[in-house]
Design a protein around this ligand. Structure first.
Ligand code: SF4
Length: 384
């Protein structure tokens, strides 16, 4: 990180004096979101990645492994196997988890839960701090099926949850999360009205606790706006929003009362800022998004600078194989750090990294010499 801040200072000085900008140091992002596939076996009415699903474009397995190895040599510490599609549908899903762990990386999976057998096959490879989070968004089988429209005619929430004790038995170190995107009437994806689930928050928390998950995480519904950015558009009127927030607050309190004592009921950062009424503060970004250096998104459709702009042309660093030749990755990162104006492109996004970006911006702009040592002990949580 110090190398990056020093480079930014030198690059700005060079630009101001008309000198050539020095090359970005030989670094890769600290963390990536890796979309293994765009294929999905659900058709969720609240899906944020609807437009890029089932695109038929694929990773070449060896090319992908080479890219990951090159990145790991340059500082990559964690990989989140996530959507765009359903990661467990990638042929050899467990093999990729094993490969990533062999590179010494922290690994997490965000899955729809439909392939509990494949999650179980991958379970032995996880180590302390790794996690699997299932996007389930419901407390009853009926709402689960209506919201997710699984291609299997028989898949239920009961069946998905029945895999959790087996995964825990195979590897108690892996943390299991139940993710719940709260939807309420008024939320829409284009013209499609979403199914409401706000009334099932407590039921879902109880179910997750009983099924040996470690936590449930509640998030508000996000929408993609026309330019592709993922934004929070909570309600059509302020009065509606206040009524929804009051219901969410009450449900969170009730949920905490019905779960195991060692089970956590969490509100995501997005949800906390929505409830605190401060979410618009997180839409004011600095011009340079420094997070592009720290975390990128690798998908079969290409490599992007941020999950909020997955699949968006302006946010594309290069092809899916970008980091197979690290100099190309560094070059593309330097280009987007200069050209992508986050103060404009992310002006509607409730950015979770807003304070990190402003902190790094202040550090770059400050004249004070940078310390050699880290200011605080390492937390060893590499997921971004
Ligand atoms: S400012 Fe935030 S939303 Fe925009 S690209 Fe950076 S991390 Fe993503």
């Amino acid at each position: 990180m110090l190398d990056y801040v020093q480079w930014q200072r030198a690059a700005r000085k060079a630009r101001a004096s008309g000198q050539p900008v020095p090359d970005l140091p030989d670094l890769a992002p600290l963390s990536i979101n890796l979309d293994l596939t765009t294929a999905c076996n659900y058709a969720c009415d609240h899906c944020i990645d609807w437009d890029i699903l089932n695109s038929k474009v694929r990773h070449e397995d060896q090319e992908l492994r080479d890219s990951l190895a090159r990145m790991a040599e340059r500082g990559l510490r964690s990989v989140i196997l996530i959507g765009g599609g359903e990661p467990t549908l990638y042929p050899g899903f467990a093999g990729i988890v094993e490969f990533l762990k062999g590179l010494g990386l922290s690994v997490a999976v965000v899955s729809n839960g439909s392939r509990g057998d494949r999650l179980l096959a991958a379970a032995p490879f996880f180590t302390e701090g790794d996690w699997i989070r299932l996007s389930l968004d419901s407390g009853s089988n009926e709402v689960f099926r209506r919201m997710h429209n699984p291609s299997s005619k028989t898949l239920t929430l009961d069946e998905i949850c029945s895999w959790m004790p087996k995964i825990k038995a195979a590897n108690p170190k892996v943390q299991l999360g139940f993710s719940f995107v709260i939807t309420w009437l008024g939320g829409s994806r284009g013209e499609v009205k979403v199914i409401e689930n706000i009334h099932e928050m407590v039921m879902a928390a109880k179910r997750a606790s009983d099924a040996q998950f470690d936590y449930i995480s509640f998030k508000p519904f996000l929408e993609r706006q026309q330019d592709g950015a993922e934004v929070m558009d909570p309600a059509k009127t302020e009065a509606e929003l206040q009524a929804v927030i009051a219901r969410i607050q009450q449900n969170l309190e009730q949920a905490r009362a019905v779960v195991r004592s060692d089970f956590r009921v969490l509100a995501s950062t997005n949800l906390r800022v929505l409830m605190a009424g401060t979410w618009r503060d997180y839409t004011k970004q600095p011009k340079v998004c420094h997070m592009q250096m720290l975390r990128q998104v690798v998908t079969p459709l290409g490599t992007f600078n941020c999950p909020a702009h997955r699949g968006v042309e302006k946010a594309q660093l290069g092809g899916k194989e970008l980091w197979q030749v690290p100099a190309a990755g560094q070059h593309a990162t330097a280009r987007l750090l200069a050209d992508f104006d986050a103060s404009h492109e992310c002006r509607q996004v409730t950015c979770l990294y807003n304070s990190t970006n402003w902190w790094l911006e202040e550090l770059v702009e400050a004249n004070a010499p940078l310390p050699k040592d880290a200011p605080a002990p390492e937390q060893k949580d590499w997921f971004l």
